[in-house]
Design a protein around this ligand. Structure first.
Ligand code: MN
Length: 717
């Protein structure tokens, strides 16, 4: 009985190999290895019921998909012979030579792992992998192919063993394939693991993908056509592919609390061109038509990733306001992206591909070096495995802000590490943390995929106790730094930093800003006496950096550079906002800070819900700078803007009626007034509608004139 769909013959393998191996004697050797293995494995069967030889044959076939050389394919066919059959190294050497035998021996050593605990087992694995790689990285590549075929036939083994194997693949082999850049194998390994670890989730995603396919395909095709026409107009020959996301990568996002519908707000394209120069040309042309998302552009061509990956990445607002993630690369870069280290095989101009691969492994893959260094250090097994996990396999945890931004932290990190990583100011004012909707203590150890919300209070301060809680050295340094200064200094420093950052961002000269006449202008406008006061008021949030910079550098100068176009709005969206360079995008006013016509504003690019407009000093944006975009009010204000006010009275006598009367006399519509505190005196919260910022200012002024009101503030949440 056999269920396999992967029954293949030596002819299948040979015809694939002939596609790129031209030497007759090498092909002969492959055939010989097949016959040798078939003979040695005769009478053996796989759990699937297939003859054993079907397994090495499939492993060899997988190796041809990454254009492995003939020695690797030969060793792939023989990989289980030393381990499972009556065959000595000597016998193998006589038939197939030293190199092939060494490869097979390396693979066998990796399989021969005895273990008592989970940890021992992992340690052994890592050590053998390191040895395997240092001897010949092809050993690891064969092992990956071996594991991939075993995963494809995993249905044949008992469920408990399935789950253990799948877990092992996610912990060791998929990261390994990733570090070697063999994306093709990595991605299939991950999907297969998920299928056995979480079958319900896997099939659920697969089904949903099927259902939404038509709609997604339509949008992607439309965008592909537009981009293709654009590139053709500029005579850049190219190929565009819609890019499918793997089920595992979708699972990862869902696991972080995203909704399925959100994930496909981000659609993906890949553009292949002939030369590196064309990559940059294509990028420029695309950006000229489709506005890029700020700070999303990545140049992995000039700065390749450690696993050799090269490509340009950008995210643009495409058709119908959908965000499109676009990768631009040459055909050769694409080969490297798919096959990583193994791509050396595909480019035959290199005489000795395997030597080159080994060199690349050693030179380019920094992680490999660190493994080597670690294995030479005299450290305990426990330390060794922790270091491998932390530093080499990058076993960091990924946590998320409530808005879905990723914060990468080492294992064992606490909410305080998280808070400081988001922003020092957030860290310093932390009063509590909520993880996945549960309140946790500050020494809670964060887990992968935790969604962390930090509660802050602007009057809170760090505690020395925190030094014993936090995990990252960087956090410790920041906390120590705080205690070495007093708060006023910290605020001033923060204000200065924010100001200079803003100047750099706007490409304004810092020197120019500090010229005496300009300083004077700023002090006069803000009624301040000196720079220290200015820094202090900015540090405590009274003045936003944007508004201060604008006093010296008029926004007109920026306009030319940023090219603000008027917005073509759909009927249902407001038309009182202009977004720099973007048309066709949904805009909405943020409810946390309720901007009013005339306020200093800034746009925040939401995921899948257009741009939300905040006041430029809204603290919700402090940590989100990269998703912010320049916006301005247009000449057509809406008729009214909602605003929330807090009224502090000096009495516990209820003045509600007075307040309402006063307000309506000002021609301000009220949506509601309520008492939010009546401890000693009454505090009110009021929802009102105003026409613009002047109207609002007048309202505040009038309310403050009332004898029973001590202060009125706009509410910011
Ligand atoms: Mn095997």
């Amino acid at each position: 009985m056999s269920h396999s769909k992967d029954k293949i013959t030596i002819e299948t393998l040979l015809s694939k190999a002939e596609g790129y191996i031209k030497e007759k004697d090498e092909l002969e050797k492959i055939k010989e290895a097949y016959l040798f293995a078939k003979e040695k494995h005769s009478g053996q069967y796989r759990k699937s019921g297939d003859e054993y030889i079907n397994h090495p044959l499939n492993v060899a076939l997988i190796l041809t998909t990454i254009y492995a050389d003939s020695e690797t394919i030969t060793a792939g066919l023989l990989h289980d012979v030393l381990e499972d059959c009556d065959c000595t190294k000597k016998e193998m050497e006589e038939h197939f030579g030293v190199v092939v035998t060494r490869l097979v021996d390396g693979v066998s050593k990796l399989s021969r792992i005895h273990f008592s605990t989970d940890n021992d087992y992992l340690i052994e694995y890592y050590k053998k992998i390191i040895v395997g790689m240092s001897e010949d990285v092809r050993v690891i590549i064969i092992k990956l192919a071996d594991r991939l075929h075993n995963m494809r036939t995993l249905w044949a083994i008992p469920e408990e063993k399935q789950k253990r194997k799948a877990k092992e693949v996610l912990e060791i082999f998929a990261p390994l394939a990733h570090h070697l850049g063999i994306h093709k194998i990595k991605s299939e390994l991950e999907d297969l693991s998920l299928r056995y670890l979480k079958p319900t989730v896997f099939y659920d995603i697969a089904e949903k993908l099927n259902k939404t396919k038509v709609e997604r395909d339509r949008t992607v095709n439309e965008m592909m056509q537009e981009v293709s026409d654009l590139l053709n107009d500029h005579h850049i020959s190219h190929e565009i592919k819609g890019r499918a996301k793997s089920i595992y990568s979708i699972y990862n996002k869902l696991d972080r609390g995203k909704k399925f519908s959100d994930i496909y707000d981000l659609l993906a394209l890949r553009i292949l061109v002939d030369t590196e120069q064309d990559c940059y040309l294509a990028l420029g042309i695309i950006h000229s038509k489709f506005r890029p998302l700020p700070n999303r552009f990545k140049d992995y061509i000039a700065m390749p990733k450690v696993n050799m990956y090269q490509s340009l990445h950008t995210t643009v607002f495409g058709v119908d306001g959908y965000l499109f993630e676009i990768q631009i690369r040459t055909y050769q870069m694409d080969e490297v992206a798919e096959n990583g280290i193994a791509s050396h095989w595909a480019y035959k101009e290199h005489k000795d591909a395997s030597k080159l691969m080994q060199n690349t492994t050693e030179q380019k893959l920094q992680f490999f070096k660190s493994i080597m260094e670690l294995s030479q250090d005299k450290m305990s097994s426990e330390e060794f495995i922790n270091s491998v996990k932390e530093e080499v396999l990058n076993n960091n945890i990924y946590t998320f802000t409530p808005k879905g931004d990723v914060i990468e932290l080492p294992r064992g990190a606490t909410p305080l590490d998280f808070a400081y990583k988001v922003h020092t100011r957030v860290g310093e004012t932390t009063v509590g943390a909520i993880v996945n909707n549960n309140i946790v203590p500050l020494d809670y150890q964060l887990q992968n995929n935790d969604i962390v919300k930090i509660n802050t209070n602007k009057n809170a301060h760090p505690s020395k106790e925190w030094l014993n809680i936090v995990k990252c050295t960087q956090t410790k340094n920041k906390i120590r730094g705080y205690f070495s200064k007093n708060e006023k200094e910290i605020l001033m420093e923060r204000g200065k930093e924010a100001l200079e950052k803003e100047l750099r961002k706007k490409k304004c000269s810092i020197q120019e800003f500090y010229k005496e006449e300009n300083q004077k202008l700023v002090f006069e406008t803000l009624k301040l006496d000196n720079l220290d006061e200015l820094y202090l008021e900015m540090g405590n949030g009274k003045y936003s950096p944007i508004s201060v910079v604008r006093i010296v550098f008029q926004p007109e100068e920026e306009k030319e550079e940023v090219k603000i176009k008027p917005v073509v709005m759909k009927e249902d969206s407001s038309s009182d906002i202009i977004v720099a360079g973007i048309d066709r995008i949904k805009v909405s006013l943020a409810s946390c800070c309720d901007p009013v016509y005339g306020d200093d504003i800034i746009g925040y690019i939401t995921r899948g819900n257009g741009i939300s407009i905040h006041r430029s000093n809204c603290h919700n944006l402090a940590m989100m700078e990269e998703r912010c975009v320049e916006v301005a009010w247009s000449n057509t204000p809406a008729s009214k803007y909602e605003v929330s006010l807090i009224l502090y009275s000096n009495t516990n006598e209820n003045k509600l009626a007075d307040i309402i009367q006063k307000t309506s006399r000002m021609n301000v519509n009220i949506d509601g007034v309520k008492v939010v505190s009546r401890e000693r005196v009454i505090v009110y919260e009021m929802e009102a509608y105003v026409k613009n910022v002047d109207h609002l200012e007048k309202l505040l002024l009038e309310l403050r004139k009332e004898p029973y009101i001590v202060n009125v503030e706009r509410l910011m949440q």
